[in-house]
Design a protein around this ligand. Structure first.
Ligand code: G6P
Length: 495
């Protein structure tokens, strides 16, 4: 991979900054609101402690794009607490254009297409045009940020780490401008969602441009090998690239691009600690089957409710003893598909509860909203079963968070879909095809009646793997794949 790259000199580029900005209604001042995802937890400390920057959308439209970003609150104890505002590069996009790029292209086209749901995908040239120009804007901001970074530290070869389907075109512009300005850099890309097979990807009118955009990077990471092979297949069949399927390499434009499976993990120890201190919140006189998802049609929520209804029909012994606790976090609420799903879920929950509720029990507790981290850890810890049954999912971190929090003896049972990246590797879970709703009901029954020693055996294996392959391991694997670990062994990561 050429010169060693130090991870200390790194620019992270993602659609969202690691926090969102909110305007205080009384004072009108901008304030930071922390984000809790695994990516932020792992990567933010490297940017905080190293010579790094984070380029992204601030989550709010700023009339004046030069309005200063506030520093973090002194009481903030999140991973972005020490992230000085001078290390944050907000990308401000005019609202109409942003809507077309984010709701139109990212969430209206690429999200369903990449999750192999092409019937839901809308292909509009106008959205693509805005996707293209917002990617160009992110690239310009990144180069500007890079130049300022190099003024402070001119010797290192910086690493530009671009994230996800929002920014598949950015690398080529960054590379081009860098070459024109004689700047050395390494470009890495990680896709957090699946990469679809050729026969789905080819439906996209802009498939060539997307592949060429991604190939602008030196290394491209996906969660699992299947996604790597899908990508390589598309490069060969669509662009005619020479490829090496065993070595996971693609030749393009006189360069060789590395393709690597890098399954993301979670901040395991943090979840264990949260589970250890979280107060009990669930009643102990019944068992809880837990679902935690963004309200998204890829998560298989309608199938899940149907399976739970079938469980109660077929095994009435669970009536008044088992409750489904479904937490659905509002997401992309401006997109019609998401509004329709909310309606459908509301109606279904109402119907099933109307059918089975007794004077002292309801089968489904449905939370449409955010829950705090402490409460979530308590749910994960005290649930008897977790249902992670997406129709398609890049990885799914809920499955991993659940096992990390399973500190009770004997533990609960994880049910996971084979169509999530997590299902590919969490073999000791009960594997459940969410489309087969009758079988899903059987699997929930099996989980609820599983002997203690089998639960313990399965959970021990699951926990061991997630502890070992946590989010820091993922990040180190990424740097290693980039050839960025320094020869002196100091990888620049916080200890
Ligand atoms: C997925 C994507 C992320 C995205 C998240 C939430 O996990 O891979 O890039 O940030 O969903 O979606 P949102 O549209 O709210 O950013």
């Amino acid at each position: 991979m050429g010169d060693p790259v130090t991870s200390k000199c790194m620019i992270v580029v993602s659609n969202r900054l690691p926090f969102v900005l909110k305007r205080n209604e009384k004072t009108g001042a901008l304030e930071r609101k922390a984000s809790a995802g695994g990516l932020v937890t792992a990567v933010a400390p490297v940017v905080v402690q190293g010579n790094g920057l984070w380029v992204g959308w601030p989550g709010i439209h700023l009339e004046n794009p030069d309005e200063p970003i506030p520093e973090s609150n002194p009481n903030d104890n999140t991973p972005t607490a020490g992230l000085l505002s001078k290390k944050v590069v907000p990308v401000c996009v005019e609202p109409g254009k942003f809507d077309s790029y984010y709701n139109g292209s990212c969430n209206g086209t690429f999200w369903p297409l990449f999750h192999s749901m092409p019937d839901r995908a809308v292909f509009l040239a106008e959205h693509w045009k805005n996707y293209y120009s917002v990617n160009e804007l992110f690239a310009e901001k990144t180069i500007k940020a890079l130049k300022s970074l190099l003024e402070e530290q001119s010797t290192a070869t910086p690493l530009i780490w671009i994230h996800d389907y929002h920014l598949m075109l950015a690398a080529n512009w960054v590379r081009q401008i860098a070459e024109e300005s004689n700047l050395r850099l390494k470009l890495g890309f990680f896709l957090h969602i699946p990469f679809p097979p050729w026969n789905i990807f080819r439906l996209c009118p802009w498939s060539d441009e997307i592949l060429q955009g991604i190939l602008g990077n030196d290394m491209v990471g996906f969660h699992i090998e299947d996604y790597c092979l899908n990508f390589i297949d598309c490069c060969q069949r669509r662009l005619g690239c020479r490829v090496d399927r065993k070595g996971l390499l693609v030749e393009h434009g006189g360069r060789t691009v590395l393709v690597r499976p890098l399954p993301i993990g979670i901040p395991y120890d943090r979840f264990v600690k949260m589970a250890e201190i979280a107060p009990k919140v669930l009643p102990t006189n019944q068992k809880f089957v837990l679902g935690v998802d963004r309200l998204d049609y890829t998560k298989g929520l309608v199938h899940r409710l149907k399976a739970f209804e079938l469980l109660l029909e077929k095994y009435p012994e669970h009536i008044e003893k088992v409750t489904l606790l479904q937490i659905s976090v509002p997401s992309r609420t401006d997109v019609k598909e998401y509004q329709d799903l909310k309606e459908e879920m509301d109606q279904m929950v109402g119907r099933i509860n109307g059918r089975f509720t007794t004077y002292n029990w309801s089968p489904i507790r449905y939370i449409y909203g955010q829950v705090g981290q402490d409460e979530l850890a308590a749910f994960y810890r005290d649930a008897a079963v977790a249902l992670v049954t997406p129709l398609r999912d890049g990885m799914n971190l809920v499955a991993k968070e659940f096992v990390a929090c399973q500190i009770n003896e004997p533990p609960g049972v994880l049910i996971v879909s084979p169509f999530a990246g997590a299902g590919e590797m969490m073999h000791e879970a009960l594997i459940c095809n969410p489309y087969e709703v009758h079988m899903a009901a059987e699997i929930i029954h099996r989980a609820l009646t599983m002997p203690e020693d089998e639960r313990t055996l399965r959970m021990n294996y699951l926990r061991r793997r997630e502890k070992l392959h946590d989010v820091n391991y993922w990040m180190k694997s990424f740097f290693k794949a980039m050839g960025s670990l320094r020869e002196d062994g100091d990888d620049g990561l916080p200890t």
